[in-house]
Design a protein around this ligand. Structure first.
Ligand SMILES: *Cc1c(COP(=O)(O)O)cnc(C)c1O
Length: 396
């Protein structure tokens, strides 16, 4: 058995997951991307440039904040928050976009495309394109364009073109299909910055590596191994980034928290790992939500977790038992959103609130554990109006 950190294999597989299920026209581009990526991963000059951008443009390292009032409220281990909300643009997304835009420049690509759901990845991509003077097209479901008007305006302000996608449910899955279609037609001139650890090889590996700065910093900042690391899982990039540096430290328990939505009825949640089955989505074999071969509808109040698939490495970690995947519903995420704001003075993203909620419900059950780290993947300013609307509905 290959060591956990050495995956994927030469074919881009994580055990039975991952791979490259794409039209013939993309094979050459993906092979070239993989070769270039493997080269820059070893290249000191590239890594130094990336480190410098992470520091001086994004503001890394992000702090590891001790949350003493949450500790009191929850009655369990010490609680440490990895503050990805303090990155430039307000989430972990920029870690990946900076890595990929530097790579695109090495590849000589003159145009960037991306998909986005809530708009966080779109904003991060538009941001790096502005910084490097590259034209940028962001595909976004028409329904999300309507729901996330502020992020649409941000992207336009940054000089990106936002293309609303009218097919399917008009959300993230449909935007991803459309971005893939664009890439097939334009691959010679264009780099596709995928926003999570999903898609065909080498994207899941590459995005994981660019996000691993999160877990590497935690290791250094804590100075000892934590007992448990908890992160929310949409596509799985903030979770992969904080988990990966710990996967071979057997004493560290890793918990991924999916969006439980409204109920366990199909169509009312996004529990790809805890309720899905293996299939192929967006170029990779992975766990996904499907009924009779059709990708299912999904629901979460948090747009960043609202995706029917998940990164293939998470599927592998699930089956190997290395990571446990749990879920938290909409209501409990809102409760955690409010609790973290009041106790710690941090308005966290609704996505991150799923990780907080699991920790809040479970901290008291592990009296022997000393240090827990929660990945606070983003800030919640974007969610304030939605939470106000939802809690008023409840109160009226
Ligand atoms: C996009 C996003 C997520 C979900 O994406 P992952 O790839 O699962 O990390 C989580 N939190 C925040 C703040 C996001 O913007």
């Amino acid at each position: 058995m290959q060591a956990l950190k050495q995956w994927p294999d030469a074919r881009g597989r994580f055990g039975e997951f991952g791979g490259r299920f794409v039209p013939e026209t993309l094979h050459a581009a993906l092979t070239q991307l993989e070769e270039q990526y493997r080269a820059v991963a070893q290249d000191e000059e590239f890594q130094a440039e990336l480190r410098s951008e992470l520091k001086d443009f994004s503001g890394r390292p992000t702090p590891l904040t001790r949350a003493t009032r949450l500790e009191k409220a929850w009655g369990g281990p010490r609680i440490w928050l990895k503050r990805e909300d303090l990155n430039h643009t307000g989430s972990h997304k920029l870690n990946n976009c900076l890595g990929q835009v530097l790579l695109a420049r090495r590849l000589g690509k003159k145009r960037i495309i991306a998909e986005t759901g809530a708009g966080q990845h779109g904003v991060a991509t538009a941001t790096v394109c502005a910084r490097y003077g590259l034209p940028c097209v962001v595909y976004m479901g028409a329904e999300d364009v309507r729901r996330q008007a502020l992020n649409v305006y941000r992207m336009r302000l940054l000089g990106a073109e936002v293309r609303p996608v009218e097919s399917g449910a008009k959300t993230l899955k449909d935007a991803t299909n459309e971005a893939m279609r664009d890439w097939v037609a334009t691959v010679d001139s264009t780099h596709y910055i995928i926003g999570s650890v999903v898609g065909p090889h080498p994207f899941p590996m590459m995005v994981r590596d660019f996000q691993s700065v999160i877990g590497e910093e935690v290791k250094e900042q804590l100075g000892r191994l934590p007992d448990r690391v908890i992160a929310c899982v949409g596509g799985g990039s903030n979770a992969a980034g904080i988990f990966y540096p710990f996967v071979e430290d057997e004493s560290v328990k890793l918990v991924g928290v999916e969006a439980g939505g409204l109920s366990s009825e199909i169509g009312e949640h996004c529990r790809s790992l805890s309720a899905g089955s293996p299939g192929i989505l967006h170029g990779a074999r992975t766990y996904l939500l499907q009924t009779e071969g059709q990708v299912s509808a999904t629901h979460s109040l948090s747009a960043g977790l609202d995706y029917p698939g998940v990164g293939p490495e998470h599927s592998f970690w699930k089956d190997s038992g290395r990571v446990i995947y749990e879920s938290v519903g909409d209501k409990d995420a809102i409760k955690a959103f409010q609790e973290v704001a009041r106790c710690e003075g941090i308005i966290a993203a609704l996505e991150s609130s799923h990780a907080y909620a699991w920790a809040s419900q479970n901290a008291g059950k592990f009296p022997d554990e000393k240090d827990w780290v929660i990945c606070s993947s983003g800030r919640g300013d974007k969610d304030v109006a939605e939470v106000e609307r939802l809690t008023e509905e409840v109160n009226s």
